[in-house]
Ligand binder design. Structure first.
Ligand code: PNS
Length: 163
């Protein structure tokens, strides 16, 4: 059974992430969506919430053989512990490659795990978690970018952030 890991901070999980998970599923038998902490990002949602939102989005999309787990420490160690053959990440543009390259090389140096890159759907290339939150913060429309469950949760979290 070929297992791949799709890691990210997923703050929150978007339809762009879902597209990458679908592509990763097409390349493997089992996908583990690995919700991790990015040391350079402060998240709006707790890791438990980010796991819950990824699970809800995947369940509503009826994807099979995809599970969501929290990464307790290093991603490279997590990949070894679950027997993953590869990490799969999506690229939208050159800036994504610039930020992904050092991480892919570091993960390979740490545990030998290779990262495979897939190109996301161009129709979703504007969808980034940070931009979705910013649009929502200014009252913009984010339906079609994240699962409806998450639309409500973003609005709720931003309201309590303002207080
Ligand atoms: O969605 P992101 O923020 O680009 O994902 C980055 C993430 C969370 C996958 C990365 O920061 C990570 O792997 N964090 C876990 C800790 C770790 O292994 N750090 C070394 C990364 S080379």
């Amino acid at each position: 059974m070929r297992t791949v890991v799709c890691p990210g901070s997923f703050d929150p999980f978007t339809f762009g992430h879902l597209d990458v998970v679908r592509r990763a599923r097409g390349l493997s038998d089992r996908v583990i969506v690995a919700v991790a902490q990015n040391a350079s990002k402060r998240t709006l949602f707790s890791v438990e919430e980010r796991v819950e939102f990824a699970r809800a989005t995947i369940a509503n999309a009826h994807l099979t053989s995809v599970e969501v787990q929290q990464v307790p420490g290093l991603l490279a160690e997590f990949c070894e512990s679950v027997g993953a053959e590869h990490i799969v990440k999506g690229l939208r543009n050159g800036a994504d490659l610039d930020s992904e390259l050092p991480m892919a090389l570091m993960n390979r140096a740490l545990s030998g795990v290779e990262t495979l890159f897939v190109l996301g759907d161009p129709q979703l290339s504007h969808v980034a978690s940070s931009l979705v939150k910013d649009v929502a913060r200014h009252g913009g429309e984010i339906h079609g970018m994240v699962d409806p469950v998450i639309v409500k949760e973003i609005q709720r979290a931003l309201e309590s952030e303002d207080k």
